[in-house]
Design a protein around this ligand. Sequence first.
Ligand code: COI
Length: 347
Amino acid sequence: MKIKKVIKSNISNVDFKNLNFGSVFSDHMFSCSYKNGEWTNAEIKPYQPIRISPSARVFHYGQACFEGMKAFKDKKNKIWLFRPKDNYKRIVKSSERLAMPCISEKLFIDALKILINLDKDWVKPGLGNSLYIRPFIFADEPSINATEADEYKFMIICAPAKSYYSGDVKVKFENSFSRAAKGGVGYAKAAGNYAAQFYPTKLSREQGFQQIIWTDSNNHEYIEEAGTMNLFFRIGNKLLTAPTSDSILDGITRKSLIEIANKEEIDVEVRPIKVDEIINASKKGELKEIFGSGTAVVVLPIVGFGYKNKIYDLPKTDDSFASYFKKKLNDIQYNISNDCYGWRFEV
Ligand code: COI
């Protein structure tokens, strides 16, 4: 792999205490091209704009997918990724669904290791600090023919991160727009899945909500996910989460929480959840918590939700499952506790 380092790092210009998620990037980026049926020209170079034709298919037909991962620094300055091979498997699934060529696991892991080691000073130690890593693949072939491309780029960029949302998060149960439908691309990390959420999410922000809880596209009867995160509901001492499907992303944090719950003997049910069930539980005072899970948000408590012009507040609880799971997860990610699951991956 060709490596060209920056002459002078930009790190001293960054205010690490006040990071806006995803707006500052580390010194280097990885890039490689797919041409004539193979991935070539793997290189790491200073983070910089790229040259791309205005007719590149990605601009016209949205042929692009991505991943989200984080690197964590422990007290001995060792750097760890969390389940990177699961991210690899998912980018392969996303690529297949979008008729894009797969990258090899070796290329994916080697690129991550070399890039993160080069930018290791950008991974700050301390709970809450991480380096958010964004691998992505897009069709850069110059042609507006509406078929899958023959040429692509696979790139990785990294952004130092703190929390994704600042302040309390309220969500709206959506009963008009849809994020994904049966047989569609909802399970893939397709760029277009996110673009399609922006307009309804903008409307919900105007009503005071930070995110939407998407429901099934047939009748808006069953809960799906929240776009930037999967969802967990605590009714009494039981946790509920929807099963993954072709319209729900198979979140790596989500499945980690399910595994932790099973190991710690917390009652967790993975089954279709009706919106009505959550509304009724809330009315009866049995709905104790809702929280989201995802790489960027980690485990995010929701303070209240809206449904059909009504607001439902969630109670404050001292024994929150969200805090419990966040700690269990963070302890593994930052190499504080023993990792009996084999999730930590040294860079
Ligand atoms: C992630 O959690 O990594 C995601 O991909 C969500 C994102 C769009 C910020």
